[in-house]
Design a protein around this ligand. Sequence first.
Ligand SMILES: Cc1cc2nc3c(=O)[nH]c(=O)nc-3n(C[C@H](O)[C@H](O)[C@H](O)COP(=O)(O)OP(=O)(O)OC[C@H]3O[C@@H](n4cnc5c(N)ncnc54)[C@H](O)[C@@H]3O)c2cc1C
Length: 247
Amino acid sequence: MTTTAPRLLQVRRSVRITPRMVRVTLHGDELAGFPGEGPDRRIKMFFPVAGQERPAVPRATSGGPLWPPGEARPTIRTYTVRRFDAGAGELDVDFVLHHGHGPAAAWARDAEPGAWVGVSEPGGRYEPDGAAQHHLVIGDETALPAVATVLDALPRGVPAHAYLEVEDAGEEQELPGNAEIHWVHRGDRPPGEPLAEAVRAAELPRGRGQAWLSGESGCVKDLRLHLLGERGFDRRAVYATGYWRAR
Ligand SMILES: Cc1cc2nc3c(=O)[nH]c(=O)nc-3n(C[C@H](O)[C@H](O)[C@H](O)COP(=O)(O)OP(=O)(O)OC[C@H]3O[C@@H](n4cnc5c(N)ncnc54)[C@H](O)[C@@H]3O)c2cc1C
């Protein structure tokens, strides 16, 4: 296997960490050498489709990815490395059991020990800027796994604020680092609306800031423009990614 072929891993255990978030711990021989360290590491996950025990995954060849002939292609979605522990040989991925009922969320809800899934090499370019005078972290529940790794990586002693939208108080989580956390509860409102409102009303520290934001795509786009246009953030200091799209 070359380093760019997805690794086939198995579920070791799964735990509900809040009513609507499940942590799936993966393991397997192919996890050896996984470069999963660092904040905001994104992976493509390959889920088996109906009738398959293991997902079909491509082999990396010099001519590009080569799929096994005659096998149905997997469902592919993007997730975050919540924790990688090389010593324990474990990779944690936290899945939101969202109301949209997609195949990835359904797989995570039902994942039993031994279930197979494919995982790509991690990507992601975010690194905290050691010269920033304050940090701003914004996200919804799909972003919480990445937010946790970002908050953990921020320099201590520099002011940091996190604005995080979840459905209700039951979805709040313990987070690492020393940022001031502002939880925003969505309730029955459209996703992203309460978050955008809270960020617009926020009192932010003065000086050159760095921002990380992810969540519902429309909200991320809107807030990115707000940070650039009305809050004076430098374009290169705003790291924004739409994670999913409300329909
Ligand atoms: C870089 C990156 C990192 C990500 N990391 C994580 C992560 O660590 N954990 C995580 O849970 N998600 C994460 N996501 C988001 C995840 O990829 C999407 O939520 C994805 O659509 C889920 O796939 P699915 O098969 O469950 O649903 P899909 O088949 O993609 O969608 C089915 C329906 O559900 C709706 N839907 C999808 N997500 C949500 C949601 N959160 N709330 C309400 N409705 C939704 C869609 O609009 C659609 O109508 C990440 C996305 C990106 C781009």
